[in-house]
Design a protein around this ligand. Structure first.
Ligand code: PMP
Length: 396
């Protein structure tokens, strides 16, 4: 594209015409105590049903206290990359605690999940090799595969047979299979036991990005691997994010000592970037301890999911098969999803419409997410509004 304002304006107009232009809303104030309420522009209070704060930890005072106490000791910024002078004791301790939590030899912190996924894909696959990805996996796994220079093949969503077929077509050159553990827009689970068997049989890596499962699934919150009873031998590369259930920010890769050492040497998104601020790591350590100790948070969000699904089913709201806190209501067109978003906002509920290319064409949706911080009454109010909005979408 040449440098021309008119070309940018034309591209933006095309997005407008297709109802695909995205817009931000500025949150002016967040209140933790009254069930996930927040104030958006204009002083309007809305209940947030779109964040990934599944355990209700993002606004927990203990996280803010850990963050400010650490900032008092070590300042706001880390000042350099981990391999220069940016690696501090909070990072080191958090990595040890994450390794223990996930039952792996080591863990390596990254600034974001996006960067962690670029790192593993780029480091473990290369030109002349193939990588296999689920058709609905997260954009960062796709971008990591592109960056690696390997040939990218997509298998059918959550279809382990389709992955095994692709693998069997050229096992020698297939370096890895990568998938979300819990799919971010659908809330369903990857068929990990079968994927693990297929990958193991051909000595391919299996990379699982459990951004939406860690903290939430499994009795101990160890995510989708605990849910399926899988260990490091079946899933050698585990990616986790810290800005979702753990309510903080950042990400990690957990695995065998030699894998982590290899990433430290090779992962460009680890080497060439400033270390995560230590106060963020301090807040995450507090969150990790709370997430493990306060099992009621997991139980509560699971109970709210069950309540939501039972009420939505009774009300005829179109439900997906997900049993996780991600409960998409698929409405079809971007226009229908946006209209539903507006109607819910009028009723004081904030549920953001997800449109292509974030989701496949024809499956625009309201991505409802539930949190331990919600109240039963809020969930009931949500279902009531979804019933109206989905009936309107059907008759439009
Ligand atoms: N993986 C998945 C499945 C995600 O949903 C996300 C965030 N949307 C990421 C990775 C990226 O994580 P982060 O926000 O920490 O960059």
């Amino acid at each position: 594209m040449k440098r021309a304002a008119s070309a940018l304006e034309a591209a933006l107009s095309r997005l407008d015409a297709a109802q695909l232009r995205r817009a931000r809303t500025t949150v002016e104030r967040c209140a933790a105590s009254d069930g996930h309420a927040l104030t958006v522009a204009g002083g309007r209070e809305l209940i947030d049903f779109s964040s990934n704060d599944y355990l209700g930890l993002a606004r927990h005072p203990a996280l803010a206290e850990a963050m400010s106490a650490c900032a008092g000791r070590s300042g706001a910024g880390s000042g350099a990359a981990h391999l220069v002078t940016g690696h501090g004791t909070e990072h080191a301790r958090l990595e040890e605690e994450l390794a223990a939590f996930t039952g792996r030899e080591r863990a390596l912190l990254f600034s974001t999940g996006y960067m962690a996924n670029l790192a593993v894909m780029d480091a473990l696959a290369g030109r002349g090799e193939r990588v296999l990805l689920d058709r609905l996996c997260h954009a960062s796994l796709i971008d990591g595969a592109r960056l690696s220079g390997a040939t990218l093949k997509r298998y059918g969503h959550a279809d382990a047979d389709s992955a095994a077929c692709l693998l069997a077509a050229d096992p020698r050159h297939t370096a890895l299979i990568a998938t979300d553990g819990v799919f971010s827009m659908d809330g369903d689970l990857a068929p990990l036991p079968a994927l693990a068997r297929a990958a193991r049989a051909q000595d391919a890596w299996l990379v699982v990005d459990d951004a939406h499962g860690l903290g939430v699934l499994g009795a101990g919150g160890r995510g989708v691997l605990e849910h399926f009873g899988l260990g490091a031998d079946q899933v050698p590369v585990l990616v986790g994010t810290l800005g979702k259930a753990f309510g903080s920010f950042g990400a990690f890769v957990a695995g065998a000592a030699e894998l982590i050492e290899f990433l430290i040497q090779k992962a460009r998104t680890y080497i060439y970037t400033t270390a995560l601020p230590q106060p963020v790591a301090a807040a995450t350590r507090t969150a990790l301890a709370l997430a493990q100790k306060e099992t009621w948070r997991r139980e509560r969000v699971a109970a709210l999911v069950a309540r939501f699904r039972a009420a939505a089913r009774a009300a005829g709201v179109p439900l997906s098969p997900s049993t996780t806190p991600i409960q998409p209501v698929v409405l079809g067109s971007p226009a229908a999803a946006l209209a539903a978003q507006r109607a819910l906002q009028e009723a004081g509920l904030w549920v953001v419409a997800m449109r292509p290319p974030t989701v496949p064409a024809g499956s625009a949706r309201l991505r409802v997410t539930l949190s331990a911080a919600h109240t039963e009454a809020q969930v009931d109010a949500l279902v009531e509004q979804l019933e109206r909005a989905s009936a309107r979408a059907r008759s439009a």
